[in-house]
Design a binder for this molecule. Structure first.
Ligand code: BGC
Length: 271
């Protein structure tokens, strides 16, 4: 099916229509700068415009840099702190008039890689790490996501891992590739002592140049580079939306909660 995916970041909000059977983008990729306040109302306005521009049907999937449980943002990374406690699924549903499903940005990127990328068909424990402003993590066990793992915050020598080894740290501290790779290696080693993955997938813009640092990593698990870089968020978000819609079409079972648009005025609630 074709579903809309939206990737909310601290600097840009990206959206597109995705063929969820192949993971390919079937529309142009829209990108709008994140409004300065990065607050719920400002971001919801951009999401409404992007979703409206793309058209499409069914549930809209969104990824954002936050822990998200039951559609609610519980933390806020590089977005306004007023997101914490916001029912993001309802906010976006009200803004777009479409049913919306919201998840953590790294989790949705992982969903894209497991379905159509470097993790396709991989059983066991697979860990995706996104290297960007922070470090996002997505953990899969036999293809099933363990949501909101937040492994970027694991401490390495008394400091949060993402503050030592995110891609942004290389830029901010003008580190050589070798110096940054050494930090990343130490971070990955720390994570590996705790979760023992069978495969590690590295994502984020920095993986456009894997030769600069991947050969310097000494992880126990093999390392693969993500297939989807800038589009992983859009694709994974659309895949989550498709899964939710497919579940709705199937006999009742445990379903992820997402907000549905309010019934139109004058319509009757069905029991
Ligand atoms: C946040 C995560 C997010 C990651 C990547 C971290 O700082 O805690 O929720 O997935 O950054 O954006």
């Amino acid at each position: 099916m074709i579903r809309t995916g939206v990737d909310i970041g601290g600097s840009g909000i990206k959206a597109g229509l995705v063929d969820t059977g192949t993971g390919e983008l079937v529309s142009e990729r829209l990108r709008v700068a994140t409004p300065a306040g990065r607050d719920p109302a400002g971001i919801a306005g951009v999401v409404r415009d992007l979703v409206g521009q793309l058209g499409g049907e069914g549930t809209v999937g969104l990824g954002m840099p936050a822990v998200v449980t039951n559609g609610q943002a519980r933390t806020a990374a590089n977005i306004d702190q007023s997101w914490i406690g916001t029912d993001a699924a309802t906010l976006f549903t009200d803004a777009t008039g479409r049913s919306c499903l919201v998840a953590n940005d790294a989790d949705v990127a992982g969903v894209a890689e497991m379905a159509h990328g470097a993790g396709k068909g991989r059983a066991g424990v697979v860990l995706l790490l996104t290297l960007g402003t922070g470090i996002g993590s997505a953990l899969f066990v036999d293809g099933r996501l363990v949501p909101n793992t937040e492994l970027g915050h694991i401490e390495v020598r008394g400091k949060e891992g993402e503050r030592r080894a995110a891609a942004s740290v290389r830029d901010a501290k003008h580190l050589s590739w070798a110096d940054w790779a050494a930090r990343l290696d130490e971070y990955i080693d720390t994570v590996e002592r705790l979760v023992w993955p069978d495969l590690i997938i590295l994502g984020g813009g920095v993986t456009k140049q894997p030769d600069k640092f991947v050969p310097m990593l000494n992880s126990r698990a093999p390392i693969a580079v993500a297939r989807f870089r800038n589009n992983a968020g859009i694709i994974g978000a659309a895949l989550l939306a498709a899964t939710a819609d497919a579940d709705d079409a199937a006999p009742p079972k445990a379903r992820p909660r997402r907000a549905a648009p309010a019934p139109k005025r004058g319509s009757h609630a069905k029991g």
